[in-house]
Design a protein around this ligand. Structure first.
Ligand code: NAP
Length: 534
């Protein structure tokens, strides 16, 4: 089967590899001249390609944010600068020999159903390279073009912006702080771009104002005992507990945990709608910049004049030099017909967040069009493993009524958890989503069975971080090193920070106590399980 892959970023690269694993023939079209997608920093903003600032560091840590059968070199830090991410992608491409499947500087102009689509599911793909157009028929298409290339730049909602005499632009154009030294800067929005840029500018700008409509919770990269925060939070056990407990209690516990570091209300950051879970900010420095006064949190903007910004609370900040709209991104697929995928402002409904539901044949998938509350890379990889097996008929694609029911069920859960805001529209729950794809493929580890056959591994899967290698322990694509990879996660996390050897003080009885506590929990869980299955 010939597969067209659109984009050679983190989703596209793993899609090529997954196609090869399944014996499919991939051709990847990449509009730029290099791999890496959003993670490849350039000083210029390239049309149609996501653009990052020079200092971007990943906000999920390397043990989670990796491909499942290709760990990072052990000397890589826990959180990775964009240059390290790109280095990793280059290693992945070299290791699995992916480069020869990529056609660079090739823009996909259109992807259209062939006239015999209802029986063959084939697609006609038209591309353009250096002025020459080509049309090729493919058996299936994997769209991996990302969702951070089109800035959401809502100027119409800002009365007076056209009269503003200073500089204003979208965060996509921000590269580094040098030219803003000594300036008074307003940043609009409260996502990770806004908070990163605010912190960076606050060290040299005269004053930074951070304007938010909804606020946000802020999470440290470095969490309890110095471990990466995502490693501590992304555990199956927590998800089970969260689903078992009343949602108000979960919210109360979560807020307590968030406010342990600093009280978000006292810093003007507390989210306005606490029932709808907005993506948190990952920023170790923001509260410190606020408490030092170099970042001032403001309400949303009411009006802009030639030199000033007036906020909803009536306050006015004069002599503003720069306004940065860190207002996020839109996505679109200009090469696809609206009958294939319909994008509406709140959410695009796809089966398993991948396949448009109204196709006669499931031969097209949108990968990485998702914002998991966890890392995107292993998520996109599992999506690629899932859809390549759908293409081959090795995974079941249900009939249309089941597909629609599934989408509707997902929609209800989604709205309950995340509401209907534009910014939340791509969110999914990381572990639940991975487990659902893994079940279909047959690679979800059977934890209860493992408690009998390999209890240490079962404990790691229950109470440890949900690392990608867990989906290589069993089933198709099994990787012989997966168990070792799972069991040595903590060693690698520590190794990357403990670059100076010091004598460890950890008394043995602490480990023993933890083991005992974990055993008690297992017994408790097993009893609940046995009780429920009666
Ligand atoms: P984003 O997460 O979509 O946040 C944009 C923010 O702009 C919203 O939270 C909202 O904040 C505000 N906003 C949206 N529409 C607006 C409007 N019409 N008027 C005024 N304000 C509006 O965008 P982003 O921060 O650019 O991040 C995009 C993605 O990249 C996210 O998934 C993020 O996690 C990721 N990212 C990662 C890193 C990293 O790894 N280090 C760095 C940057 C971004 P309010 O409602 O509070 O005003």
């Amino acid at each position: 089967m010939k597969i067209a892959i659109i984009g050679a970023g983190s989703s596209g690269l793993t899609s090529i590899k997954c196609c090869l694993d399944e014996g499919l023939e991939p051709t990847c079209f990449e509009r730029s001249n290099d791999i890496g997608g959003v993670w490849r920093f350039t000083h210029e903003v390239e049309d149609g390609r996501a653009s990052i600032y020079e200092s971007v560091v990943s906000n999920t840590s390397k043990e989670l944010m990796c491909y499942s059968d290709f760990p990072y070199p052990e000397n890589f830090p826990n959180y990775l600068h964009n240059s390290k991410m790109l280095e990793y992608y280059r290693m992945y491409v070299d290791h699995f020999g992916l480069l020869k499947y990529i056609q660079f500087k090739t823009v996909v102009l259109s992807v259209q159903k062939c006239s015999d689509f209802a029986s063959t599911g084939r697609w006609s793909v038209t591309t353009e390279k250096e002025g020459t157009q080509e049309n090729v028929i493919f058996d299936a298409v994997m769209v991996c073009s990302g969702h951070h290339s089109e800035p959401h730049f809502p100027l119409d909602s800002y009365p007076g912006i056209k009269q503003f005499k200073g500089q204003y632009f979208h965060s996509q154009e921000y590269k580094n702080p040098t030219e803003y030294k000594g300036k008074r800067v307003v940043i609009i929005g409260m996502g990770n771009s806004a908070s990163d840029i605010a912190v960076e500018l606050s060290r040299t700008a005269a004053q930074v104002f951070l304007s938010t409509k909804r606020g946000a919770w802020v999470i440290r990269r470095v969490s309890d005992n110095g471990y990466p925060s995502d490693i501590l939070h992304n555990r199956r056990f927590y998800i089970w507990m969260r689903n078992a407990l009343p949602s108000d209690l979960v919210m109360w516990i979560t807020e307590k945990k968030f406010n342990q570091w600093f009280d978000h209300a006292n810093y003007g950051l507390q989210p306005t709608d606490r029932t709808q879970f907005k993506e948190p900010l990952f920023n170790d420095d923001l509260p410190s910049r606020i408490t030092c006064g170099s970042v001032l949190v403001k309400t949303s903007v009411r009006k802009i004049t030639e030199t000033a910004v007036q906020f909803e609370d009536g306050t006015v900040e004069e002599n503003i030099d720069v306004i940065i709209f860190a207002t996020g991104y839109n996505y679109s697929f200009p090469f696809l017909d609206a009958s294939v995928i319909k994008i509406d402002s709140s959410r695009t409904y796809l089966y398993k967040n991948i396949i448009p539901p109204n196709l006669e044949k499931a031969t097209l998938g949108i990968l990485g069009l998702i914002q998991p509350l966890g890392p995107i890379m292993p998520t996109a990889e599992l999506q690629a493993r899932w859809i390549t097996r759908i293409f081959k008929g090795l995974c079941r694609f249900p009939p249309k009524n089941e597909v629609m029911d599934d989408i509707e069920k997902d929609r209800k859960i989604f709205i309950k958890r995340y509401g209907t805001t534009r910014e939340n529209r791509l969110q999914v729950e990381f572990i639940e989503y991975l487990d659902s794809l893994a079940s279909d493929i047959g690679v979800k580890p059977n934890i209860w069975y493992l408690f009998l056959t390999d209890p240490l591994l079962a404990m790691a899967l229950c109470f440890g971080p949900c690392t990608p290698a867990q989906f290589r322990l069993t089933g198709p694509g099994k990787w012989p090193q997966a168990r070792k990879q799972v069991m040595t996660t903590w060693d690698r996390i520590i190794k990357s920070t403990k670059t100076r050897t010091v004598k460890s003080k950890g008394p043995r009885f602490v480990t023993a106590t933890r083991l005992l506590a974990a055993l008690c929990l297992v017994v408790l869980l097993l009893s609940i399980f046995v009780y429920q299955s009666k």
